[in-house]
Structures are given as structure tokens and as C-alpha cells.
Design a protein around this ligand. Structure first.
Ligand code: SAH
Length: 285
């Protein structure tokens, strides 16, 4: 079945489908058997996957997805695809990274069209680099389909532009923990604290107390606005606004939902006027 026929079946016939009907499988690169596509699912809302990612969902035989992939998205998968959870959350057993990479190779060698579906963008703090490296070394052909990263798209859903001409000409993206689960040791905190007016942090809630201390000791102002964006782009999105100086006490006191992105810098203030998002009843966001 062609992609447009599938889409037509999914949408309400009362709604306009003409534009969607223009898409045809022939417009996309061939999803060859025995290859792996690493696809970014976007931050959560199903509608934020790319058109190429959506096409791949319909073509794949095997879909190996992470915890942060919106569940709604799997409804758009090829109904015959085998969907395998490879998440590391929610108390379920966590497959080792090496095992995931090996299973990708195994499925590909069985001649399947393998879709590795990852939250946000596969190459942003998502180990897509490691996985594709393993595939390259094993001689398995792959393609990367970029996604909207939570550290940009998630901010947009909170009414926070990641850049604004009046506030910042640079951004720092930082992970809140390294491979051991501790505060990253290999970063130059002095440089991080002062190099850019905006710092966007992934996986930073757990160590926010010590991270904010390090930033302030390195010269970052305690009054710098700080936002914690939880479950962005999803119906349960929540946003907390505080300051760098208050952040440690805030996370100690409040039960901050995760996953969450932490943003430091004056761009946070734009939320006061740009807070546009209210969860809708549309399935895709
Ligand atoms: N590759 C992903 C990031 C994976 S690391 C991306 O590009 O977005 C996992 C971290 O991403 C989480 O700890 C959190 O900091 C962030 N994250 C992912 N989805 C999120 C969401 N919907 N809301 C808030 N933070 C999110």
C-alpha cells in the first residue's frame, strides 16, 4: 500500500487530506532490506517527527524504540512491524547499549528493514553516534534521519526561543551527567559558565544543585533566570521558572517531573509573552 493510501485511511475524511495525498512512497529513498535507519522521533508530540521519519515508520519491519519516544507515534507504524522496546526507564530491565547495537546488526543481517527510533535527534546526547559507529564497523548500511531535539523544540513549546537577537548570539548544550551517571567531569566549568548567555541542559535535574554551584563559582550570576521544562510538547507538559541561585532549593523541595530540560539565561523571560502552548485534543500534538 502506498504511503498516501495509508495516510488517507488514518485521517478523518471530513478533514482536508489533499496535501497529504501528494506524498508518495516513490518520493522517498528506498528503505532497503538489511539496512538500519536511525530516526529522530522529536521531543514527544507525534506530529513533530519529520516526513522522512514518518515514511520510515510505515516501511520498517522491525522498530526498536526508546523510552522517550512518544507512544502515539507507534500507532503510525507499519501494522506488521515488530516493535521492540529498548528503553532504560520505568523500572524495566535496561538493555545494555552494546546489546542494542548488536541487535541492530543481527536484525539487519536477517534482511530486515530496521528502524532505530530515538527521542529528539539521534545525534544529540542520544548515543546515535555510538550506534551508527558500531553499524559502520560491522559494514551494515545505515541512514540518519535527524529529529527535533528537546533542547530546541521543547523550549519552543514553552515559549522560550533558544536564540533571540536581544539576548544571545551563542548557545551551550550541556549534559547533566556523564557515562558514570555523575556530574560531567570532562567539562571546563569556567568556560561553560561564561562562554554563552544561554545554557541548555539535558539530563540535569538530578545534579542541578551541584551544577548550579559550579556555574556560580565560575562567575555565572545567581539571578540568571532558569526554567525547568518537563514533558515538553506532550499534554502533561509543565514549566517551572526560578533562578540559578534558587534552583538547588527548588529541585530539593519540588517533585520535578522528568524528562526535563533546564534552560539558563535571559531567553527564559520571553515566556511571559510567548507562552503559546496549551495541550490540544489532536492526537499528534
Ligand atoms: N536525543 C534526545 C536527548 C536524549 S537524552 C534529544 O535530542 O532530545 C534524554 C534527555 O533529553 C532527558 O533527560 C531530557 O533532558 C531531554 N528530553 C527528552 N525529551 C524530553 C521532553 N519531552 N521534555 C523534556 N526533556 C526531554
Amino acid at each position: 500500500m502506498k504511503l498516501w493510501q495509508r495516510i488517507k485511511g488514518l485521517v478523518n475524511p471530513e478533514k482536508k487530506v489533499g496535501h497529504f495525498a501528494r506524498l508518495d512512497g516513490a518520493d522517498f529513498p528506498d528503505f532497503e532490506a538489511g539496512t538500519v535507519w536511525l530516526v529522530g522521533a522529536g521531543p514527544g508530540a507525534a506530529g513533530l517527527i519529520s516526513i522522512m521519519g514518518y515514511y520510515a515508520l510505515g516501511e520498517a519491519d522491525v522498530i526498536i524504540y526508546d523510552a522517550l519516544v512518544g507512544k502515539e507515534l507507534l500507532k503510525y507504524a507499519n501494522p506488521n512491524a515488530q516493535c521492540i522496546y529498548a528503553g532504560k526507564r520505568g523500572g524495566k530491565p535496561s538493555p545494555k547499549q552494546k546489546d542494542i547495537s548488536i541487535s541492530l546488526i543481527d536484525w539487519a543481517r536477517e534482511g530486515k528493514k530496521v528502524l532505530r527510533l530515538k527521542g529528539g535527534d539521534p545525534f544529540v546526547f542520544g548515543r546515535g553516534g555510538e550506534e551508527s559507529e558500531t553499524l559502520a564497523k560491522a559494514g551494515v548500511k545505515f541512514r540518519i534521519v535527524p529529529g527535533i531535539t528537546s533542547g530546541i523544540g521543547g523550549l519552543a513549546y514553552a515559549g522560550i526561543p533558544v536564540t533571540h537577537r536581544d539576548t544571545n548570539q551563542a548557545i551551550i548544550f550541556l549534559t547533566g551527567h556523564d557515562e558514570t551517571g555523575e556530574v560531567p567531569h570532562a567539562v571546563d566549568w569556567q568556560a561553560i559558565a561564561t562562554a554563552a548567555p544561554v545554557i541548555v541542559m539535558y539530563m540535569a535535574v538530578k545534579h542541578l544543585g551541584s551544577i548550579s554551584d559550579k556555574l556560580m563559582s565560575a562567575g555565572r550570576g545567581a539571578n540568571d533566570p532558569l526554567a525547568i521544562l518537563s514533558n515538553t510538547t506532550l499534554p502533561e507538559q509543565s514549566v517551572a521558572i526560578t533562578t540559578l541561585g534558587e534552583a538547588a532549593a527548588f529541585v530539593a523541595r519540588e517533585d520535578v517531573p522528568t524528562p526535563a530540560i533546564v534552560v539558563v539565561g535571559k531567553v527564559v523571560n520571553y515566556r511571559e509573552i510567548l507562552n503559546w502552548y496549551s495541550p490540544s485534543e489532536n492526537r499528534i500534538g
